[in-house]
Design a protein around this ligand. Structure first.
Ligand SMILES: NC(=O)c1ccc[n+]([C@@H]2O[C@H](COP(=O)([O-])OP(=O)(O)OC[C@H]3O[C@@H](n4cnc5c(N)ncnc54)[C@H](O)[C@@H]3O)[C@@H](O)[C@H]2O)c1
Length: 271
């Protein structure tokens, strides 16, 4: 169902790789709610070309940008304002990548230049995006900036590896920049801490299939899907959440507040 919640609002959506991506579902949902946007991803991720179908479906233009490059980001922000005809109301940062995870390197045996690369892409890029927006004065008052995170920032999940540290940094940046964006520009900044979700990035984590099933059984409402996340993000981009800022918002069917569920207890039998 569409509610016209984002009618007339403009923004940038980072991170739609394929139709499983959280950013892809969000772009479709934002479009349904009347928002218009520029789609962006790393030039290398666009070689697959799938993003073209999303652009066509949502009537959007695509501007490639490596989120670790200040120059790319500056260009993206200025071009987006030109294309959309004014300042922005929403930005979605839906970017993550760990080289240590990708190459199966254990947390106790990190290769630090890979660690640095993963941090740059997954965490520092959020600061760069916001600094670019801030300096260009690109956000309208009461705009909304959202990044995606995972609960491994608060609690240990062994196979999440160095992404846990990247997410902790990302969440801290949301608070720190959220202060200045709130004070100076009346813009809100939040992170959504999403359930495990079967996407390219998600499935790169070792033991993902078992883990997503475990999380499903541990969450009273079941795991939040990418589609559910798109709905939640729309609410955060809308005018209905104008005083929510500097928060890490759990969107996980109750997983983060559950000690143990009956289903999990039952898997251990009577012994
Ligand atoms: N899938 C999950 O289980 C899960 C759970 C919680 C949070 N998240 C977070 O959600 C976000 C989106 O991931 P997803 O699950 O939709 O997977 P995805 O693989 O579809 O999206 C990750 C995106 O990051 C982009 N990216 C990588 N390097 C980049 C760079 N240098 N510049 C610009 N873009 C770059 C990729 O091209 C891709 O589009 C990530 O922050 C991820 O950590 C995912």
């Amino acid at each position: 169902m569409a509610y016209n919640l984002l009618k007339g609002k403009k923004g940038i959506i980072f991170g739609a790789l394929d139709e499983n991506s959280i950013a892809w579902k969000t772009a479709e949902r934002v479009h349904e709610e009347g928002g218009s946007f520029v789609l962006t991803n790393a030039p290398i991720a666009m070689r697959m070309g799938q993003i073209n179908a999303l652009a066509e479906k949502t009537g959007s233009q695509i501007i490639p940008a490596d989120a670790t490059s200040e120059e790319d980001l500056e260009n993206l922000i200025s071009q987006s304002m030109e294309i959309l005809g004014g300042k922005l109301d929403f930005v979605l940062h839906s970017i993550g990548m760990s080289v240590n995870v990708r190459k199966g390197r254990h947390y106790t045996d990190e290769k630090y230049d890979w660690t640095a690369k993963g941090w740059e892409v997954s965490a520092l890029s959020f600061h760069k995006v916001m600094q670019g927006l801030y300096k260009a004065d690109a956000m309208n008052p009461w705009g909304s900036i959202v990044a995606l995170t995972y609960m491994a920032a608060q609690r240990t999940f062994p196979d999440y590896n160095d992404m846990a540290d990247n997410k902790a940094y990302l969440e801290s940046v949301a608070r720190s920049f959220g202060y200045f964006f709130g004070k100076e520009k009346q813009v809100r900044v939040n992170t959504i801490s999403q359930s495990p979700t079967p996407t390219t990035a998600g499935q790169g984590v070792k033991g993902f299939d078992a883990f997503i099933n475990y999380a499903e059984k541990m969450s009273p409402l079941g795991n939040a899907t990418a589609q559910d996340c798109a709905d939640y993000t729309v609410s955060l981009f809308s005018d209905l959440t104008r005083k929510v800022t500097m928060q890490n918002l759990f969107h996980d069917g109750g997983f983060s507040a559950t000690g143990v569920s009956q289903e999990i207890i039952e898997t251990f039998g009577d012994s």
